[in-house]
Design a protein around this ligand. Structure first.
Ligand code: NAD
Ligand code: ZN
Length: 357
């Protein structure tokens, strides 16, 4: 058996107001005449946070359009225009939710790798390290701040650029930055973390490493979504650490049924990751009975609407597409259901599940 030897994030700073140290953090990374590029979630356009970005010299702020989850075409466009304008850059700083952080990772890699980002969707295909990259989350839950992947929708598939070059060199975890997240979005992205924990802790790949982080992340999710009646600063602090720990948990295990099915929805219908996971989790009693029960309690307690009936009226061909994408996520199914998963999760059974969503 070969154990995974995984690359982690280089530097981590945590705390309220830690964003104010960004200028000094970036100073040693600056290269003469080469700008820092701040890729900022378009939500922050015209907001006070933009004025706090430590711009120097020919630094540039680019607002990332995250209306849709990141596509390889968008990554290529951003990287190519930066290459044209500057040759190379000192670094790419992603400020935003999982989508913006993934874009920043991918653009950093594409500054130094030839071709299209679609060529590198898969495992360990990236050839050269990217330029310096930092991630600054403004939503908590995806774990994109710690992961070795960047999830991209390409011409033929939705798959990450998984590699040892993918993790950030630096992350800035400042819970003040998530305080304005809308209640629904905060819940959907927060549930991504909760679901990571359930899938990791209930999976066959579980080990003490993943368990240590997964249990802590789960506890923090419960403290904010189950035990708290009113959201406060402490909740933002906790959820940010839950996301980090949840990400660390799956780094050494794997996600499971909710993610495998949600990827199918996202590929065909463009359903976003957080809400897609929630739509699926709502129907997974058979696989995660205790987790789903608690999930439903949290939905109710936090007064969140989970869409239903999203697969109504789809054609056989549509269902086939979703089933193909979903069953393609082999490690997820193996983690969830064991080595003989193909006998358990047949196409018919999966179709039945999609029909319920
Ligand atoms: P997101 O980044 O897609 O953002 C969702 C919405 O929230 C956007 O409209 C955005 O503008 C807005 N937003 C962001 N921060 C805000 C704030 N502070 N206040 C108000 N609005 C804000 O959402 P997400 O759930 O964080 O990320 C989902 C993405 O992350 C997907 O693309 C998914 O594929 C990816 N993902 C990556 C990994 C990984 O390991 N790389 C893991 C899980 C998910
Ligand atoms: Zn996820």
């Amino acid at each position: 058996m070969a154990f995974r030897n995984f690359k982690m994030v280089g530097f981590v700073i945590y705390g309220r107001g830690s964003f104010n140290q960004l200028d000094e953090i970036l100073a040693p990374q600056r290269k003469e005449g080469k700008p820092m590029i701040f890729l900022v979630d378009h939500f922050f356009e015209g907001k006070p946070l933009v004025n706090r970005i430590p711009l120097r010299g020919n630094d540039k702020v680019i607002f990332a359009d995250v209306t849709h989850e990141p596509k390889t075409t968008y990554v290529d466009k951003l990287a190519n225009s930066l290459k044209e304008e500057f040759g190379t850059v000192s670094g790419i700083i992603g400020i935003g939710g999982g989508s913006t952080m993934d874009l920043a990772k991918a653009v950093s890699l594409m500054m130094n790798n030839p071709g299209s980002s679609a060529d590198y969707q898969g495992w360990d295909l990236v050839k050269y390290p990217g330029v310096y990259k930092a991630g600054i989350p403004t939503l908590s839950g995806t774990g994109a701040e710690v992961s070795r992947t960047t999830v991209l929708t390409g011409p033929t598939r939705k798959l990450g650029m998984n590699s040892d070059f993918t993790p950030f060199d630096q992350i800035v975890l400042d819970p003040e930055l998530i305080k304005d997240a809308p209640v629904n979005q905060r819940f959907y992205t927060g549930m991504d973390c909760y679901i990571h924990c359930i899938e990791s802790l209930e999976g066959t790949y579980l080990n003490e490493f993943s368990k240590s982080y997964g249990e802590k992340a789960l506890q923090l999710c419960r403290e904010v979504f189950v035990n708290k009646d009113n959201w406060d600063e402490e909740c933002d602090d906790k959820l940010m650490m839950a996301s980090y720990a949840g990400g660390m948990s799956i780094a050494y295990s794997q996600v499971g049924v909710a993610h495998a099915v949600s990827y199918g929805l996202s590929y065909l219908l463009g359903t976003k990751h957080g809400i897609g996971n929630c739509i699926v989790m709502n129907h997974l009693e058979e696989y995660y009975p205790a987790g789903v029960k608690e999930f439903k309690y949290m939905v109710e307690k936090n007064k969140i609407e989970i869409p239903t009936g999203i697969c109504k009226g789809l054609s056989d061909e549509d269902f086939d597409k979703m089933i193909n994408v979903s069953l393609g996520m082999k490690p997820l199914w193996e983690n969830a259901l064991g080595k003989d998963w193909e006998k358990v999760m047949t196409r018919e059974k999966l179709r039945g599940l999609f029909e319920k969503l």
